[in-house]
Design a protein around this ligand. Structure first.
Ligand SMILES: [Mn+2]
Length: 313
């Protein structure tokens, strides 16, 4: 962390980047860092950029409008890139190209992260936001209510509201310190989880009624073709959380959600309840993530993806 601090102090312009299809963790960690760095170094040029739009249920965070779309970023204006919550550089989409010639700091919590940065802070903990809390402390940046709310959202996002096995006493410790500075737990959880669009509820309903179960492998899966997504009038962030919902089935151990993309590829997400390693399965499709939560993109048809997953579970 000392080297990270030195680099930040040395450079005059910093661009923070997060992953495509941004979630509460990449946004929470990146936004807290943006607000903190701007406060501590008012004379530096500091921005946070993402390729994709902010999901509707995250827009309530204060400072969210400071995040810039990667289309509007000129790479020549920055010397240092800090990538957050991005398991590979490619995961940042268009941002990867913008930062390719910059000095890169990689701050992440995915075990599959190959340490692609010039400096890497990769720790196997609940969330990048939990890690970012420690980074901000090390940088001696006081965490205000807006930064704290962003970090808290990251914790809630990646722990399924403190329900997953990645939660440790340290996760609660960070959550507790955030509440102590005034973060409103109930408001964040309500704004984030209980704010689903009708389209999202409809997708979920479809998933719950059409999901299939492979009892020999305790695998529950659901495939949503792109045409069905369009018929419902949904967008891809309306499919968030499906993979976590279908694994609620009591006999399942692993869930697989497959979503057709407009370009004909299929995006897969997997979850595991106990010890089955879905990071390894995602790896068969050149994806990755964590042992209990991972994802991939494939050009195979959906039935072949299911076959390959079943064979390897
Ligand atoms: Mn994360």
């Amino acid at each position: 962390m000392k080297k990270i601090k030195d680099k930040i102090e040395e450079m005059e312009s910093i661009l923070i980047g997060g992953h495509v299809n941004p979630d509460g963790d990449t946004i929470g960690a990146g936004l807290a860092l943006l607000l903190g760095l701007r406060k501590k170094y008012p004379n530096k040029k500091i921005d946070f950029t993402l390729q994709d739009e902010i999901p509707k249920n995250i827009k309530f965070l204060e400072g969210i409008n400071e995040i810039k779309c990667s289309k509007n970023i000129d790479s020549k204006e920055y010397e240092l890139a800090i990538l957050v919550d991005s398991a590979t550089l490619e995961r940042t989409g268009d941002v990867a190209d913008i930062v390719k010639n910059m000095y890169k700091i990689n701050i992440d919590h995915h075990i599959s992260n190959p340490n692609y940065g010039d400096l890497n802070l990769v720790k196997d903990i609940s969330s990048t936001s939990e890690l970012m809390y420690n980074v901000l402390e090390f940088l001696e940046i006081p965490i205000d209510i807006n930064m704290g709310s962003a970090l808290y959202l990251g914790l809630v996002n990646d722990t399924g509201n403190f329900a997953h096995s990645n939660v440790t006493s340290e996760t609660f410790n960070v959550a507790s310190k955030l509440m102590a500075i005034g973060v409103n737990n109930n408001k964040i959880v309500n704004d984030f989880f209980k704010s689903k669009s009708m389209e999202r509820i409809k997708i979920l309903g479809k998933a719950l009624s059409d999901m299939k179960f492979v009892s020999g492998k305790k695998l529950v899966y659901f495939y949503l073709p792109y045409e069905t997504l369009k018929e419902i009038g949904a967008s891809k962030d309306d499919t968030e959380g499906v993979v976590e919902e279908i694994i609620n089935f009591n006999e399942s151990e692993v869930s697989l959600f497959l979503r057709g993309e407009p370009n004909g590829l299929i995006k897969g997400s997997m979850r595991s309840k106990r010890d089955k390693d879905v990071n390894a399965i995602a790896g068969l499709f050149n994806g990755g993530g964590h042992i209990k939560a991972a994802g991939f993109t494939s050009s195979l048809p959906f039935d072949e993806i299911v076959k390959k997953v079943v064979e390897n579970l």
